[in-house]
Design a protein around this ligand. Structure first.
Ligand code: NAD
Length: 352
C-alpha cells in the first residue's frame, strides 16, 4: 500500500533528525511491503529564508494533499529579531489551524534503562511510566476573546459541546487501544466550561463501558503526576491544562530527545513531531538524539495509517537499541556506547 507523507524538516537539528526517521520508515516499508512516498516542503525559518514568510500557501497545500505530515522543529536565533507575526513559530500555529488539528497526543514513557534520567529517581516509580496526554488543541482560553480595559485585561475560556465531544471521544478510543483507563482533568469546582466538560465525558463514556473513567481537578492532577505517575494511562484535558500537564508528564521522564507527539483532526490525518525544539546549539553536529522523531514516525504508522505491527517494530527497535547500550550524548551514562545521530538511526534500523 502507498502512503504519501509531507516532510517539513524545519530548522536547527530538524534536517538531521528527520533524515534518520525517513530512513527508518523506508526500512520498515521495505520489510512490510509498504510504499512511503515523501514530499519535502518548507516551513519556519527555512521558509522565511526562501520565501520571506514562515508558512507559504504551497506548504499548507502539500500537507493537505498528503496522508500525514512529519515535522522536525522550527526556529532559531537567526530569526529571533523578526516581528512576531512572521516568526518561525507562527508556522506551527498556522499548520495546526489550517490542517484542522484539534487533538494533541503526548506520550510520556520511561525506559527502565534510562530511569536514572528521571528527576524523581530517588522516589520509587515501581510500575514505570507510560502515559498518553490527550490535549484539546484549538479551543479554550488560548483562542477566546481577549483584550485590555482601562485598568485591566481579560482572556475568555469557552468551549462548545461539540468541541469537547470530539476530543473526548478520541481519548476514549486511545484508552481502548491501551490499558483502558482514562483520567479526565478539569477544574469543575470553579469553571463552567469544566462542568460542561464533565457532563460530556459522562455522556461519551456510555459508549465505552469497557474504559474506566475518573475525573480529577487539575491541581490534584499536577500533584498526582509527581506523587504517583504510574496510576495514569490516558489523560484527557482542555487546551491550557493540557499544555501544562503534558510538559510536566514529559519532563518526569527526563529525556526530552526521546518523546514524540501527534496532532490529529477529524479522521486519520495527523501531524507528527518530536516534543523538543530545533536545538540550534547542536545543529549539524551529528549529536542530536533522533529517537523522538523516529517515535513520532511510529505514532504516524499507528494512528494515521493503522499499521500496528509496523509501529510495534519501530518501537521495539528503539527499545532494543537502548537495551543494547546505544546512547546519544543527551542520554549517555558511563559504560554505555556513545553514538551520533546517524549511528543511532543506523542501530535502530538494524533491529527492524
Ligand atoms: P530545544 O528543545 O530546542 O532545546 C532545549 C535543550 O535540549 C537544548 O540544550 C538542546 O540542545 C537539547 N535538545 C533538544 N532536542 C534534543 C535532541 N533531539 N537531542 C539532544 N538534545 C536535544 O528548546 P529551546 O532551546 O528552548 O528552543 C530552541 C529553538 O527551538 C527556539 O527557536 C524555539 O522557538 C524552537 N522551538 C521549536 C519547537 C517546535 O518546532 N515544535 C518547540 C520548542 C522550541
Amino acid at each position: 500500500m502507498k502512503y504519501n507523507i509531507a516532510l517539513v524538516k524545519g530548522d536547527g537539528i530538524g534536517p538531521d533528525i528527520v533524515s534518520e526517521a525517513v530512513k527508518v520508515l523506508e526500512k520498515t516499508g521495505g520489510k512490510f511491503s509498504h510504499d512511503f512516498v515523501f514530499t519535502e516542503t518548507l516551513a519556519g525559518g527555512a521558509a522565511i529564508d526562501e520565501f520571506g514568510i514562515p508558512l507559504p500557501e504551497d506548504t499548507v497545500n502539500t500537507c493537505l494533499s498528503s496522508d500525514a505530515v512529519l515535522l522536525g522543529a522550527v526556529g532559531g536565533p537567526r530569526w529571533d529579531n523578526i516581528e512576531s507575526a512572521r516568526r518561525p513559530e507562527k508556522a506551527l500555529l498556522g499548520l495546526r489551524s489550517k490542517l484542522g488539528l484539534f487533538t494533541n497526543l503526548r506520550p510520556a514513557l520511561i525506559y527502565p534503562e534510562l530511569s536514572d534520567a528521571c528527576p524523581l529517581k530517588n522516589r520509587a516509580i515501581p510500575n514505570g511510566l507510560d502515559i498518553l496526554v490527550v490535549r484539546e488543541l484549538t479551543g479554550g482560553i488560548y483562542f477566546g476573546k481577549r483584550g485590555r480595559t482601562e485598568d485591566g485585561a481579560y482572556d475568555t475560556m469557552s468551549y462548545s459541546k461539540a468541541e469537547i465531544e470530539r476530543v473526548v471521544r478520541k481519548a476514549f478510543e486511545f484508552a481502548r487501544m491501551r490499558r483502558r483507563r482514562l483520567h479526565s482533568v478539569d477544574k469543575a469546582n470553579v469553571l463552567e466550561t469544566s462542568r460542561l466538560w464533565r457532563e460530556v465525558v459522562a455522556e461519551v463514556s456510555k459508549d465505552f463501558p469497557d474504559v474506566e473513567v475518573e475525573n480529577l481537578y487539575v491541581d490534584n492532577a499536577a500533584m498526582q503526576l509527581v506523587v504517583n505517575p504510574s496510576q495514569f494511562d490516558v489523560i484527557v484535558t482542555e487546551n491550557m491544562f493540557g499544555d501544562i500537564l503534558s510538559d510536566e508528564a514529559s519532563m518526569i521522564t527526563g529525556s526530552i530527545g526521546m518523546l514524540g507527539s501527534a496532532s490529529m483532526g477529524i479522521g486519520s490525518f495527523g501531524m507528527y513531531e518530536p516534543i523538543h525544539g530545533s536545538a540550534p546549539d547542536i545543529a549539524g553536529k551529528d549529536i542530536a538524539n533522533p529517537i523522538a522523531t523516529i517515535l513520532s514516525a511510529s505514532m504516524m504508522l499507528r494512528y494515521s495509517f493503522d499499521l500496528q505491527k509496523e509501529a510495534d517494530a519501530i518501537e521495539n527497535a528503539v527499545k532494543s537499541a537502548i537495551h543494547d547500550g546505544y546512547r546519544t550524548k543527551d542520554i549517555y551514562t558511563e559504560g554505555t556506547k556513545l553514538v551520533g545521530t546517524k549511528a543511532m538511526g543506523e542501530a535502530i534500523r538494524s533491529y527492524i
